[in-house]
Design a protein. Structure first.
Length: 100
């Protein structure tokens, strides 16, 4: 990254206030998520996240419907970041995945 890009990235993180912890808290509050694991893939600038989200609200919902729930819960946050990749599971699906 160039110095200009590094500076811009630091400014974006400082002004947006978006962190893995803030995203996790919002998802737990709004979706009743029992497990949230968010990785900042941007090197700390708060612009690229990947998430594992486990919520009973995903039961009987398609992948698209699950993503819409998550995106709705994080509408303001998603508007300020560059990339967002959620992986959504019901508690039952998550238990099976962990056991595999």
């Amino acid at each position: 990254m160039s110095a200009r890009t590094d500076t811009e990235a630091a400014m974006t993180q400082a002004t947006s206030g978006i962190t893995p912890d803030s995203l996790s808290t919002t998802l737990k509050d709004k979706l009743g998520a029992s497990h949230v694991n968010i990785q900042d893939l941007s090197g700390g600038c708060g612009q690229m996240f990947e998430a594992i989200i486990v919520s009973p609200q995903f039961t009987k919902k398609t992948t698209l419907a699950r993503h819409r729930l998550v995106n709705g819960a994080l509408k303001e946050e998603i508007a300020t970041i560059h990339a967002w990749t959620p992986k959504c599971f019901t508690p039952e699906e998550w238990e099976k995945k962990k056991g595999a």
